[in-house]
Ligand binder design. Structure first.
Ligand SMILES: [Ca+2]
Ligand SMILES: [Ca+2]
Ligand SMILES: [Ca+2]
Length: 141
């Protein structure tokens, strides 16, 4: 037995709207890639920021030193949320911010562990997608 979707509905707060009363969804996603399915399944697209930054420079002062590792610890444990570029805090580029990022910065500074993942030597975009934001990074503007 085959089934066919003849209509579907969107729910906005308490109002339900039949899909055929709305304009059709775009045939391409936000990156210009053709969509495989044109039915909205409730997921939403996230516009990834492309703000250039330098990984590890967590206080965005243009240099990398112990203050940057301390900034990560402050973000994690002192409730310091005044951070405009979480991507800079993700020193190991694993898509999250945790104590391993502070250790990574310290390993680079004092343990001879080599460079952090790009963008490191120069301003650039995050080459690996994640959900961390980067709203501003003044040294790269
Ligand atoms: Ca810094
Ligand atoms: Ca990380
Ligand atoms: Ca990343």
């Amino acid at each position: 037995m085959s089934r066919r979707c003849v209509n579907h509905a969107y729910r906005f707060d308490d109002e339900e709207v039949l899909a055929d009363k709305l304009p059709p969804p775009p045939r391409e996603d936000i990156r210009g890639t053709e969509r495989l399915y044109l039915v909205d399944i409730g997921a939403y697209e996230v516009l990834l920021t492309d703000t250039p930054f330098k990984r590890g420079d967590t206080n965005a002062d243009g240099s990398l030193n112990i203050a940057d590792a301390i900034r990560i610890l402050g973000y994690l444990f002192s409730g310091s949320r005044l951070v405009y570029c979480l991507k800079a805090l993700d020193a190991n580029d694993d898509g999250g911010v945790n104590i391993a990022d502070a250790v990574k910065v310290l390993g680079h500074l004092f343990g001879g562990e080599g460079d952090l993942p790009d963008p490191f030597a120069a301003c650039g975009s995050d080459p690996t997608q994640d959900e961390l934001s980067c709203d501003a990074f003044p040294p790269c503007e």
